[in-house]
Ligand binder design. Structure first.
Ligand code: IDP
Length: 165
């Protein structure tokens, strides 16, 4: 087939994917990236970083009143994470579907081919994150990679600064 030279990003959607500390320390990174590429996603951006309590609380602000919040912050700050911007048509929903349900134990039964079934341990330690809507995707991509148009401060710079204080 002849490929258009000007196709660029036309029709593509972006979502934020993250391999959480249990995924990185359990050496699941390569397997997960293979599954991502095999499913037709492009990896537009990638960064290895880590959360501190402050950045984690901001990232998960919508869960701040939940019972599991303190435990979630402890889990997500315990090691490095690999953050990626994935690109393809229908990227938000397709990455959620490839991840599988939040509870990795449930995933092993209902979605045995999902990433959470493959690498997750339970409802908390489920090895991957994915934006749940286009709006969250935009917010989360800007959180890590900055967004020149809104003048937000880059995540790694914030992390660096809070490390100095
Ligand atoms: P999601 O990651 O599948 O979108 P959310 O409900 O947005 O799920 O929750 C964010 C993260 O918080 C989950 O991925 C998981 O790590 C953790 N979490 C969610 N529900 C629970 C729970 O009931 N107990 C402990 N941790 C939870």
């Amino acid at each position: 087939p002849v490929r258009s030279l000007t196709s660029g990003n036309a029709g593509k959607e972006r979502t934020l994917a993250m391999i959480k500390p249990d995924g990185v320390s359990g050496n699941h990174t390569e397997k997960i990236k293979e599954a991502i590429l095999e499913s037709g996603f492009g990896i537009a951006k990638e960064i290895v970083t880590s959360f501190n309590e402050d950045s984690a609380s901001r990232f998960y602000a919508e869960h701040s009143l939940k019972k599991f919040f303190v435990s979630l912050i402890k889990y997500i700050t315990r090691g490095q994470v690999l953050v990626m911007v994935l690109e393809k048509e229908n990227a938000v929903a397709d990455w959620r579907s490839l991840m599988g349900p939040t509870d990795a134990q449930e995933a092993k039964i209902s979605h045995p081919n999902s990433i959470r079934a493959m690498c997750g341990l339970n409802i908390e330690q489920n090895c991957v994150h994915g934006s749940d809507s286009l709006q969250s995707a935009r917010r989360e991509i800007a959180f890590f990679f900055g967004d020149m148009s809104s003048g937000s401060v880059n995540f790694s710079i914030l992390n660096y600064i809070s490390g100095l204080i």
